[in-house]
Design a protein around this ligand. Structure first.
Ligand code: G
Ligand code: G
Ligand code: MN
Ligand code: NA
Length: 255
């Protein structure tokens, strides 16, 4: 209940911030984008993570407003980095929660974030989980069409962990598969790539989707995923989520 009370003050008091986890090209090893992750600097509790407060925000009807702030903040950061580094095509991924996708405000918030920041639509990635899609498949399909019409890219997050993943791929057109880190962590053998992980990567490639392997922590995982054709990756081996200034420095360092 206290968390609920405090959440109402968080936006007006400027207590939210975004951290940015680099997305790395497994072949060139260069940073080609970021995933924005929300943090709440609570005045007495310290840093509160999204898994704790986003469900509360959903309950009290604050999620659309917080989501709009995240979209604007992330798009502005990406547009700034893109202007400083015109030689690379940077992408910015933002997580979208189920009720956000359900709200008609989402389309307007995305459009406004793009216009206000000047970020090219194709540089913005919206990450959806499969649970978003099963809740109301008809509405979800319509929303996805509207979002694609804006020119943004869509990613299926935590891929492989939801149920009936394969029918979702047929039903909902997305551009990117983010393979859940629980599959990446099954890599434990120098010689062989685990069969299901190899299958997920091949599935994505067959469907002509971009693939992001999540949660890479070890060198062996990096080489297997690179050689298996995963394309892109995120994980502590490369970088944890970074403060905005540190993400900017990382880009400067590879210029
Ligand atoms: O770093 P990490 O603890 O941030 O992320 C935990 C979970 O919270 C992830 O599943 C991530 O998708 C989700 N998450 C992080 N930031 C946001 C956000 O801005 N909006 C939504 N809807 N989910 C987020
Ligand atoms: O559900 P989603 O994929 O949006 O969540 C991203 C979450 O994964 C964030 O909490 C982020 O901090 C975490 N994360 C990012 N890289 C790694 C990693 O290499 N290992 C682990 N265990 N978690 C990671
Ligand atoms: Mn995500
Ligand atoms: Na994920």
């Amino acid at each position: 209940l206290q968390l609920e009370q405090d959440l109402w003050a968080a936006l007006p008091e400027g207590q939210f911030r975004l951290v940015y986890q680099p997305v790395v090209d497994l072949v060139s090893e260069r940073v080609v984008g970021f995933e924005a992750l929300l943090r709440w600097d609570h005045p007495t509790l310290g840093v509160v993570l999204p898994e704790r407060f986003l469900p509360v925000a959903e309950d009290i009807g604050l999620i659309a407003e917080i989501g709009a702030w995240v979209l604007h903040e992330a798009a502005a950061a990406a547009a700034g980095w893109q202007r400083q580094h015109p030689e690379v095509a940077l992408s910015m991924a933002v997580n979208v929660s189920p009720s956000q996708l359900g709200s008609p405000d989402l389309i307007r918030h995305v459009r406004e974030a793009l216009v206000d920041s000047g970020l090219p639509p194709a540089s913005l990635v919206l990450e959806l989980t499969e649970s978003v899609l099963v809740r109301d498949p008809v509405l979800a399909a319509e929303r996805l069409r509207e979002l694609r019409a804006l020119g943004v890219k869509l990613a299926l997050d935590d891929f492989g962990t939801g149920y009936s993943s394969l029918s979702h791929l047929r039903q909902f057109a997305v551009d990117i598969l983010k393979i859940d880190r629980s599959f990446v962590s099954t890599i434990d053998d120098k010689e062989a790539m685990p069969a299901i992980l190899r299958g997920l990567i091949n599935l994505g490639r067959t469907l002509d989707l971009e693939i992001v392997a999540e949660g890479i922590e070890e060198e062996l995982q990096r080489t297997h995923l690179r050689d298996g054709g995963a394309g892109l990756a995120q994980g502590y081996l490369f970088a944890a989520p970074l403060e905005q200034a540190d993400a900017g420095l990382l880009l400067l360092g590879q210029a």
